[in-house]
Design a binder for this molecule. Sequence first.
Ligand code: GLP
Length: 243
Amino acid sequence: MVIYKAKDYQDMSRKAANIISAQIIMKPNCVLGLATGSSPVGTYKQLIEWYKKGDLDFSQVTSVNLDEYKGLSPENDQSYRYFMNTNLFDHVNIDKTRTFVPDGLEADSEKACNDYNAVIRKQGGVDLQLLGLGHNGHIGFNEPGAAFEKETHCVDLTESTIEANKRFFESEDDVPRQAYTMGIKNIMQAKKILVVVSGEDKADILKEVLYGPITPEVPASILQLHNDVTIVADEAALSKIDM
Ligand code: GLP
C-alpha cells in the first residue's frame, strides 16, 4: 500500500487525477471503476481540465460505477447516474454507452444486481477502481457488517449514511433507504485501487481502515489485503496517523 499525503483537498484531487490520467495514457481502453460523493469531485474537475487542454483522451475508456440509489431515475438530480454525467461524462469525450451505473429503476433487486455483475464481467474486470470512504468505513454502499464475499447486492442504508447524505436532498425523508452497490468482492477484484480521503472528520476512520483489524465492521479495512492500493489523503485526514 502506498500513502500519499496531500496538502489539502485540491492537492489531493490533483494527485489522484494524475494517477487516473497515467492509467488512461498507458492503457487507452482501460476500465475505470468510478465513485460518487464529494471526495472525487475535485479529481473529476482536474481530469476535465486536462481533457480540455488536449492532454487526455477518454474515447476508448469504459467506466463502471460503484453504486446507485434504488428507485432513482437517471434524470433525478440526486441519482448517481446524474452525478456522473454532470461531474464528468458530459464534459469529456467518453462514449456514454460505455459508462455503466447500476439501474436504480429496476425494481427487482436480484435482477438489477445479477445484470450489473454480468456487465462488470463482460468488461473483463476493472483496471483502476477509485473509491471514497464513508464515515463508518463504508466503500461504495457496503455498510459495516457486509460480508466480504458479496458481489453486487441491494443494501439497506444505515442511519449514519442517510444522515451524511441528506445534505444533498431536500429533506431526510427524500433520501432513499436502499441502494444497489458493487460488493467487496467486486471491488477487491480490481487490478488497482485508488482511495481519496479528505478532511479531519475522516481522520479516525482512516486510521482504523489502514491500521486496525480487518473486519466486516470496517468494510474498507479489507483493502489492507489488496496488493495494489494507493491512498491519497490530505493532511487533515492523515492527522491521526504518524507518517
Ligand atoms: C456515499 C457513496 C460512497 C462515498 C461516500 C463518502 O455513501 N456511496 O461511494 O465514498 O458517500 O462520501 P463523501 O466523499 O461525500 O464523504
